[in-house]
Design a protein around this ligand. Structure first.
Ligand code: DMJ
Length: 656
């Protein structure tokens, strides 16, 4: 791997000039004496004697300087305090004392340190005030998001407790995900992160008392949806409530968490996974069937016989972590076998079709995209690699996942990235007819997971600054981070271009080959109205998380404050247009008109992902640091396990 040399320009970054500051003559002499050969060669005279001589010379100088220039020591101290640690300048005087002073004068003062991007005032007090304001502003924003979460939960609790999802307009519940109380399990770790203990208790006790009978009695569930939302939610709740190491402090929690004993979450997770395992064991290939009947412990393929590529490749974080916790390798082995099998299949520049057959074990059809049915294949390649690369303890080598990821991203750059006209938004298109077919400029909102994944892959969850300092970023990583920022902007503009400030489910982009007139987002002040095309059928918004997920990751990694502002605007648009007075939030049928017609559904991922990522975006980066935790594709954080430090999460925090 080519590792870029770090140049002084890189290190200088935006504001840290401390290491380039010149030293005073006094410092030069004393440091030379204390650190160089002079000291070693002068063993007989001794450092003490030399320092005493220097002190006498210094005192003589101060006396002369004080008498002739009239600068009082007191005023010098005041001046020193006023500049708060910045280099000081002695007022000009006359005569011999002046020459002496010139000789001893400290170097000219460098510009004061600015906070990143020079956004604050022009001195350190102003910078500090700005920081305080920022911290305050972030706390206010986090509170608003937590209030929104409570509003969503209250609607669900009042009208749909125990159902999978809330229908907020008709004020009732619906079991769209097999009847395991999906909103409860999906929401629990968000409530933990927000420190909403009453909700933690309500959700926790439902899982303790009611989930077992649901697992015994309920029928058909989708393997992927149940794994990412329910299994992932239970495992994350186990970890965050201190199940692994008896403390909640390891991930940055500030509050004590109530609810059942964490062991309950693990028990439920294992019961569920034991039932889901049949999807792997009854398939004739390593590719699992898509549907499971929980009470019968039987599995079958989807009606068309196919599984989605993203679905079979987005189970590994959860099953592998369960193996670590339970000590039973069967879960991780079955899930990892899928990826080992996918490694052997032919691909097109690392890109894969969106369907796969559990009967043949081969991809089906030509359709290549990073939207629905393709998305989290690419996400899990890098996340599973991050999760397992340092695990040791007989764990197999997962470097093949990083290689598959790197190849796939090269394929994305070669074949799927284009710029819109006239304004040049960088977007990710599709190849509906595979490698020989033509490029189609359609981008699902789902693709907006990609900026976050690219950034994570580029720095391994560290801040960009630290990854650069540690020489971890290759030229490709730097390119990928830049691409992440470009696509992030496009995802943000998909919100900004509409009348409501909320993105449509799907956007098309104006290119040389493609244009459809009269299908604009409606926000007359957006400069991208001509670039983004929104067809009537694509104008709905399901409260999806992908854009705010990537804003969270990019803000953690680049520390660019614009991502906070973009996230805040999106949150406010959700508040204005999707909040239902009687409780909960609703999806929308059309984001381009006011008031937007509503769709009677609050998806579980609004609580599990969207509000969680917004809350974390505005918060402290030591909470769930990205080099210590990996978020599954439903935003449930799971710890990255490293050899020898599995139970020592508390000792590690992300450097800012
Ligand atoms: C979630 O269930 C997951 O993020 C999944 O990977 C994609 N779709 C939804 C959210 O949009």
């Amino acid at each position: 791997m080519a590792v870029l040399p770090i140049t002084s320009h890189d290190l200088q970054s935006d504001y840290d000039n401390a290491k380039f500051r010149r030293r005073s003559a006094f410092k030069v002499i004393t440091q030379a004496v204390l650190t160089s050969n002079v000291r070693r060669n002068c063993g007989s005279c001794g450092v003490g004697k030399l320092l005493a001589l220097l002190m006498i010379a210094g005192l003589a100088f101060l006396t002369v300087a004080h008498t002739n220039s009239g600068i009082s020591a007191a005023s010098e101290i005041v001046q020193h305090i006023n500049v708060r640690g910045e280099e000081n300048v002695i007022t000009e005087g006359h005569g011999n004392a002046e020459s002496l002073k010139r000789f001893w004068r400290k170097p000219p003062r460098l510009p004061p340190r600015l906070p990143p991007h020079g956004k604050a005032g022009n001195n350190s007090l102003a910078a500090e005030a700005h920081n305080q304001q920022h911290i305050l502003g972030s706390a206010v924003r986090q509170n608003k998001v937590a209030e929104a979460f409570r509003h969503a939960w209250t609607g669900y609790k009042n009208y749909a407790m125990g159902s999978d999802e809330l229908m907020p307009l008709s004020k009732r519940g619906v079991d769209g995900l097999g009847g395991l109380g999906a909103t409860i399990v999906d929401s629990l770790d968000t409530a933990m992160i927000m420190g909403l203990n009453d909700i933690v208790q309500e959700a926790g006790y439902w899982i303790e008392k009611k989930l077992p009978e649901r697992l015994n009695e309920k029928g058909q569930v989708n393997l992927f949806e149940t794994t990412i939302r329910v299994l992932g939610g239970l495992l994350s709740a186990y970890c965050l409530s201190g199940g692994e190491n008896g403390t909640t402090g390891g991930w940055g929690s500030r509050t004590r968490l109530d609810g059942p004993n964490p062991a309950i979450y693990l028990e439920r997770a294992q019961d569920l996974a034991d039932r889901l395992m049949v999807a792997f064991t009854s398939s004739p290939t390593p590719i699992p069937y898509s549907d499971v009947i929980l009470r019968e412990r039987s599995a079958h393929p989807a009606p068309d016989g196919l599984s989605s590529t993203s679905e079979v490749s987005s189970l590994q974080l959860e099953f592998w972590y369960l193996s670590k916790l339970s000590g039973n390798p069967k879960y991780g082995d079955a899930a990892m076998h899928v990826l080992e099998h996918l490694k052997t299949l032919p691909k097109f520049e690392g890109l894969v079709p969106i369907y796969i057959s559990p009967h043949s074990g081969h991809f089906s059809g030509q359709n290549i995209r990073l939207g629905s049915r393709g998305d989290s294949y690419y996400e899990y390649l890098v996340k599973v690699w991050l999760q397992q690369r340092g695990a040791g303890h007989g764990g197999s080598d997962v470097s093949y996942l990083r290689e598959m990821y790197d190849e796939a991203i090269k394929g994305v750059k070669n074949r799927l990235i284009q710029k819109s006209i006239p304004k040049g938004l960088v977007f990710v298109g599709e190849l509906p007819s595979g490698e020989d077919g033509s490029f189609y400029p359609k981008m699902d909102h789902l693709v907006c997971f990609l900026p976050g994944t690219l950034a994570l892959g580029a720095t391994r969850g560290l801040t960009k600054q630290r990854a650069m300092e540690e020489g971890l970023m290759t030229i490709e990583d730097i390119e990928n981070l830049k691409l992440a920022e470009d696509i992030m902007k496009t995802c943000y503009e998909m919100y900004s271009v509409t009348t409501t400030g909320l993105a449509p489910e799907i956007a098309h982009f104006h290119t040389q080959e493609f244009y459809e007139d009269g299908l604009q987002g409606g926000n007359k002040s957006s400069e991208f109205l001509g670039d983004i095309i929104i067809r009537y059928a694509d104008r709905h918004n399901l409260l999806r998380p992908e854009t705010v997920e990537s804003l969270f990751v990019l803000h953690r990694i680049t520390q660019d404050p614009k991502y906070l502002e973009w996230g805040w605007q999106i949150f406010q648009a959700f508040e204005s247009h999707t909040k239902v007075d009687s409780g909960g939030y609703s999806s929308l049928n059309d984001v381009t008109i006011l008031p937007p017609p509503r769709r009677d559904k609050m998806e579980t991922f609004f609580l599990g992902e969207t509000l969680k990522y917004l809350y974390l975006l505005f918060g402290d980066s030591n909470v769930l640091p990205l080099d210590k935790f990996v978020f599954n594709t439903e935003a449930h954080p799971l710890p990255i396990i490293r050899k020898g430090v599995e139970n020592d999460l508390t000792s590690q925090t992300q450097a800012s």
